[in-house]
Design a protein around this ligand. Structure first.
Ligand SMILES: [Cu+2]
Length: 348
């Protein structure tokens, strides 16, 4: 028993030591990424692309410049990313609540241990008490933990029900489709066109003032402030559609349509990554969600050759001079997400 106890103490101490030594190195590594982000012209980092540029039916959509620290990881960050959806804000509150519950319990147990170790050590207490039952204390140590569990269960179950709330019948449906190794975004309620989204190279991302390995050529554009019915599926292997700042992660399984409500509070660019090991280029199929006000979203849809409900009454139509729709199979040749042709392994 003595050896086991010592072993555990040594293991905990070395883990703590490794964390203290490792943390500055990780911060230093991330610092380079921040420097690159800081070089973005503040004028470019305006929240919304020029509203003049996206009048109804125009193809003058300009990708919105991301805001540093919003919808993306930050150097040296140790907390959950700031949340931009109602469910995410609720989940973040639960995370902080759980943190303090754990802090209080840990300090309480530590204080009890220290008290017992010093107060009842052999020299101070040579004849140990033989007490084995105490009804009052047994009731307390049963009821108090039960109440603590209840105080955790209520917000926890509320969060689950919020996450899987059925979207309203009039919610816009958008479908995210995982491919090896890029994403496709279909808009069945807007004329069923599909956008193919490949990762940008480091040079292209830097040129656009976006974080590389997160920036993509064509973003998943969504309307802000309204509930969306987001369906997630895959064409080849299992992927996972995940955007940390929007509290969304759902497996993309071939032959299966997973669905969850998806809502972005405010316009902005929010980055995520495939979160299911899906093959050789799993790490190079990022997600970039761009949330736009509804009128700008409609203008973007029309610029892609899509349709908008009620567009006839409003007098806006798709521009017939625009290029044809992209097909799901058209991962741009040579693009970073497109992957390399299979290589024959020579027989040994
Ligand atoms: Cu994947």
């Amino acid at each position: 028993m003595k050896t086991l106890g010592l072993h555990r103490i040594v293991a905990s101490l070395s883990l703590a030591f490794a964390l203290v030594i490792g943390a500055p190195a990780a911060v230093a590594q991330d610092a380079t990424a921040t420097e690159q982000l800081e070089s973005v012209d503040p004028a470019e980092a305006a929240d919304v692309a020029d509203p003049e540029a996206v009048s109804a039916g125009s193809d003058a959509y300009t990708p919105m410049a991301p805001t540093e620290g919003k919808g993306m990881p930050v150097a040296g960050g140790i907390d959950i990313q700031p949340q931009y959806s109602e469910t995410g804000e609720y989940a973040y509150g639960l995370h902080i609540w759980l943190f303090w519950v754990m802090v209080v319990i840990s300090l309480f147990v530590l204080a009890l241990l220290l008290y017992v170790v010093f107060r009842f050590r052999k020299s101070a207490n040579p004849v140990p008490s033989k007490t084995s039952h105490n009804t009052t204390i047994e009731i307390i140590w049963t009821v108090v933990p039960a109440l603590i569990l209840l105080a955790i269960a209520v917000p926890s179950i509320t969060l689950i029900s919020k996450q899987y709330k059925t979207p309203p019948a009039d919610a816009i449906t958008i479908k995210a489709i995982g491919y090896q190794w890029y994403w496709g975004y279909a808009y069945p309620d807007n004329g069923d066109f599909e956008i193919v989204s490949n990762m940008l190279t480091e040079e292209e991302a830097d040129a656009r003032g976006e974080p590389h390995q997160l920036a993509v050529d064509n973003r998943m554009v969504v309307p802000a402030g309204v509930p969306i019915r987001l369906q997630v599926t895959a064409a080849d292997v299992i992927h996972s559609f995940a955007v940390p700042s929007l509290w969304f992660k759902m497996d993309a399984v071939p032959g299966r349509l997973n669905e969850r409500i998806f809502q972005v509070d405010e316009p902005g660019v929010y980055y995520g990554q495939c979160s299911e090991l899906c093959g050789a280029r799993h790490g190079y199929m990022p997600i970039a969600v761009e949330a736009l006000p509804m009128d700008q979203y409609n203008a973007w849809v029309l610029a892609q050759g899509g349709t908008v409900a009620g567009a006839d009454e409003a007098g806006v139509e798709a521009d017939p001079s625009l290029p044809p729709l992209q097909g799901p199979e058209s991962s741009a040749p040579g693009a970073p997400g497109a992957g390399a042709p299979p290589v024959e392994t020579p027989a040994a």
